[in-house]
Design a binder for this molecule. Structure first.
Ligand code: DON
Length: 580
């Protein structure tokens, strides 16, 4: 432990040098967000069922399934496949993610882990350059960054086990296939992000060809985007189930595309991919049950740790958005994110002490180190040892019988690695940058890690995605989650606090400006919308305050006695609630 602590301090001291976001990948985060007047923001109401997603057509696909008698899982799977067509920057079948389900029918809460795995030929040093130092070009921009996609396995598993049984996979996939085959009209939001990404995609022969006009020029708002190859791949899945993707011609095309681009994923890697059903991370917060994503996501663990710490403070007595309240949240985040870096990784490879980290006792010891008046420097967040004592997308679904689905999935960067597998029409991820290239190195979101998250064959990189369901007396009251890399967990934390502690309308909770601290770098990122006087108060407590805060988008649903209330996040254009 002592050796660990010494290296730890060195990492804190040198972290600033190592911390670098890639400008292109996170380009969309530069767009600043001006929050609306929270007093006037209202959620969108629905009586029977609702889908809140980042893109309108895909939200509508899910709502149609609910209207036809499908349950929340049927709708979530249909929306997931539709987003792979209509929201190619993050909706995907070439990436992976997590789904948390509250099933009233089966009386259980489950988590489906469909995170990408590292190909069998992955070595511990795969993302190091000849000088032995992390080579971010390898882990973010090369075909070596492509993880074995999990989305098709995850969505089909969810449907088979937790769907209503009223729809075949082919029926669920039909709207996505039609949208890919017949096309849909490109929105201003999509045209903007595509032009941002063409330069990145141009490194690969086929990418811009699929997502551009037939003459090769960029797609513009109002154009029709037809994805015939993707329609073919989705049809193969409709006909053969997941084997249509993981075996046979589609798998061969995927592996060939990766190989031709210099990667190592093989048909055997695809054939052996398996989604995993896991027990969610569970905890309580002021009488509510929190159900969230377990490892290999750090999301549920860090969220619970933060909530456990905050439970010991009278948050609702402090004004919403006040320096006192934000300071405590920042201090809680700092401690929970530090533990993330130290201990968390794929549970198949590391024995992380989650059962200790998420206890109230552990939180009490962490809480004792918080000074309500002063920021604790990141380097001092070391005392407690549990052993001694732009791009991702999130959608939420609730149906008439109280089933709920919280799903976050991703290609990592917007449009992943920017490579579309020739003939398959599948955009591939660069998820393996979420591994830690070397002990103490950081990923594109500045998250540091150590041994627990080094690359390894078949291993899942540690994630921050935090699909979450809050229950009261066994019934869902809030379904939430977000994209945003490292900022996902802090975004979800603030939505939960605003709804549970501050009793805010879910739309106001989602719209409220957010803060973020991830232990390293030792700084508080803030969104626009906080008064200067508040920022001055945080600085006076010793926080280094930095603008802006990268993009998040917490598409959420509140379930109340008065019905369902949907909150598409106003930060990004295009998010929509579809209900009935
Ligand atoms: O799994 C993770 O934590 C990241 N790969 C998520 C990336 C992300 O949210 C990008 N979106 N803005």
């Amino acid at each position: 432990m002592a050796v660990f602590a010494i290296r730890w301090r060195r990492v804190v001291a040198t972290f600033v040098l190592a911390f670098a976001f890639t400008a292109t990948a996170l380009a969309q985060e530069r767009r600043s967000y001006a929050p609306p007047d929270l007093a006037t923001v209202r959620a969108i109401a629905a009586e029977h069922g609702m889908v809140v997603a980042q893109e309108r057509l895909a939200a509508q696909v899910g709502a149609d399934i609910l209207r036809q008698g499908g349950n929340a899982v049927d709708a979530a799977v249909a929306t997931g496949f539709a987003l792979a067509v209509t929201y190619p920057r993050a909706g995907n079948i070439g990436g992976g993610g997590f789904m948390v389900i509250h099933s009233t029918e089966r009386k259980e809460d489950v988590a489906i882990d469909y995170r990408e795995t590292a190909p069998a030929a992955t070595t511990r040093d795969i993302f190091l350059g000849p000088d032995g130092k992390p080579d971010t070009d390898k882990s973010r921009n090369s075909a070596l960054s492509i993880g074995v996609p999990g989305t098709v396995a995850g969505l089909t598993l969810a449907l088979a086990k937790y769907g209503s049984g009223r729809f075949t996979l082919a029926q669920i996939l039909k709207p996505a296939i039609e949208l890919a085959r017949d096309g849909f009209v490109v929105t201003d939001d999509m045209a903007d992000t595509l032009s941002d990404m063409y330069r990145r995609m141009a490194r690969w022969q086929n990418a811009t060809g699929t997502l551009s006009r037939t003459d090769g020029t960029p797609l513009q708002e109002g154009d029709r985007l037809i994805q015939a190859d993707l329609a073919g791949t989705l049809s193969a899945i409709a006909e053969q189930g997941p084997r249509g993707f993981y075996e046979g011609p589609v798998a061969e095309r995927l592996a060939a595309a990766v190989r031709d681009a210099g990667g190592i994923m093989t048909v055997d890697d695809l054939k052996s991919y398996e989604a995993v059903i896991r027990s969610p991370v569970r905890g309580s917060y002021r009488g509510y049950d929190i159900v969230s994503m377990p490892l290999p996501s750090s999301g549920g663990t860090v969220l619970l740790q933060s909530l456990n710490i905050l439970e010991g403070f009278a948050i609702s007595d402090m004004k919403h958005g006040s320096a006192d309240s934000l300071h405590l949240m920042i201090e809680a985040m700092k401690r929970a994110y530090a533990d993330r870096a130290r201990y968390l990784g794929d549970p198949a490879f590391v024995n992380a002490p989650v059962n200790v980290l998420t206890t109230k006792e552990y939180a009490a010891r962490q809480r004792a180190g918080i000074d309500p008046a002063r920021a604790t420097p990141a380097g001092d967040v070391l005392a407690v040892s549990p052993r001694e004592g732009s791009n991702t997308t999130h959608y939420s679904v609730v149906d008439a019988t109280g089933n709920a689905v919280s799903n976050t999935y991703t290609l990592n960067f917007p449009y992943g690695v920017g490579l579309v597998a020739a003939g398959a029409g599948v955009l591939l991820n660069n998820e393996l940058d979420d591994f830690t290239a070397a002990p103490g190195a950081s990923n594109a979101f500045g998250l540091v890690g150590f041994e627990a998250n080094l690359p390894g064959p078949g291993k899942r990189p540690l994630s921050s995605m935090s699909p979450t369901i809050v229950l009261k007396d066994g019934k869902p009251v809030l379904v939430t989650g977000s994209p945003g890399g490292s900022r996902i967990i802090s975004a979800v934390l603030q939505v939960v606090i605003d709804v549970l502690d501050y009793k805010m309308d879910v739309a106001a909770a989602v719209a409220a400006p957010r803060v973020h601290h991830q232990w390293l770098p030792d700084e508080v990122r803030v969104e626009r919308g906080f008064p200067d006087a508040l920022l001055a108060e945080l600085k006076a407590k010793g926080h280094k305050v930095v603008e802006p805060l990268g993009q998040t988008s917490a598409n959420s649903i509140a379930v109340t006695p008065g019905g369902l209330f949907g909150a598409p996040d106003p930060r990004t254009r295009g998010a929509a609630a579809a209900g009935h």
